[in-house]
Design a protein around this ligand. Structure first.
Ligand SMILES: [Zn+2]
Length: 336
């Protein structure tokens, strides 16, 4: 196929094969009754109310007057992506994330002296215990929760079971890290009816699974502020749709992916906003892709005022700013 034709066909192929979002849009999921065409306005509101965007929490300025916050994040799914059909060759594709992808990512972050956030399913960490040690040894990175077994939460189908897995995931990482994780990213970015309430009760500082804005925002559950900060992701700034054969066999030139990410960063920079990139060591950890990621990092570093941070650092900062603003609002006669 010519490269021009390939670029034309690619979006359609991606739509057909990008399993999680397309399936969620087109087929009913247990626990989520469809919103019928003759639903009342009130029923439509109720139908979308489970998790909504509240107030935008983009701060007026980032620390030290930085213009943009950049978060590199890596979901360390490895073998668990093939859990439902654990054939040896696909499993080895995931194993690559631990043997080669993650070490290469960590070396890159060392070379560039920047932090990153890593989301580890507990059983992915159990298969390769060295991964947590290698990440923590850098003393710059964050580790957050990404399920027990990379379970798809809407299909667990049992709130108590789901909560038990969440508790075990938190306990596993807490023990391995000597510190309780503060960030949650749902496996496959999929929430059940119970997930939001369960992570709120578990006391997470932030979630990073929703897509309602480009900036940090308040996460609402049925109209109530959960108190958690959402640090949103999206499919454009994710390596999976571009590189994974299961996502359409696209495998484009890493330079094209670099251009997409650069375009996202450039506008975030213009908007004084935030740029979160989601990657996977077993996907981006390959040679040509790491080279493209390094090129992106070098490009971003060439701009003045770029704050490379973990999601935890961003959430902490946003939370502090929000509390400060509330204090100011409380003072009589203060205009904002
Ligand atoms: Zn994942």
């Amino acid at each position: 196929m010519s490269s021009n034709l390939r670029m034309l066909v690619l979006p359609f192929v991606l739509r057909l094969f990008s399993a999680p979002p397309a399936a969620g849009q087109e087929q009913p999921v247990p626990g989520f009754p469809p919103i019928p065409i003759d639903a009342t306005e009130e029923q439509v509101r109720q139908g979308v109310a489970l998790a909504r965007a509240g107030q935008k929490l983009a701060p007026k300025a980032w620390p030290n007057g930085a213009r943009v916050a950049v978060c590199l994040s890596f979901d360390v799914d490895n073998e668990l992506l093939w859990r439902s059909a654990p054939l040896p060759v696909p499993l080895s594709q995931g194993e690559y994330g631990a043997t080669t992808g993650l070490p290469r990512v960590l070396d890159l972050l060392d070379r560039q002296s920047i932090p990153a956030s890593f989301y580890l399913p507990a059983m992915s960490a159990a298969l390769h215990p060295q991964m947590i040690q290698d990440i923590l040894q850098r003393k710059r990175h964050e580790i957050g929760v990404h399920g027990w077994m990379h379970e798809n939460l809407p299909t667990v189908g049992d709130a108590a079971k789901e909560e038990e897995l969440l508790t075990r995931s938190i306990e596993y990482l807490t023990k391995a890290m000597g510190k309780r994780p503060v960030g949650f990213r749902a496996p496959s970015w999929a929430f059940s009816q119970s997930t939001l309430d369960q992570i709120r009760k578990a006391g997470f500082l932030y979630d990073s699974s929703f897509m309602a804005m480009d900036e940090p925002y308040e996460l609402l559950a049925n109209g109530q502020n959960t108190g958690m900060i959402e640090l949103p992701i999206n499919w454009i700034a994710d390596d999976y749709p571009y590189y994974e054969p299961e996502a359409g066999g696209s495998l484009p030139d890493p330079q094209l992916v670099f251009e997409v990410y650069k375009g996202e960063f450039d506008v975030a920079y213009q908007e004084h906003a935030m740029f979160i990139l989601t990657m996977h060591p077993h996907i981006t950890g390959h040679r040509s892709r790491i080279a493209a990621l390094e090129k992106l990092i070098i490009y971003m570093k060439s701009k003045p005022g770029v704050w490379f941070a973990t999601l935890e650092q961003v959430a902490d900062y946003v939370k502090t700013q929000r509390e400060r603003n509330r204090e100011v609002e409380k003072q009589p006669g203060t205009e904002r």
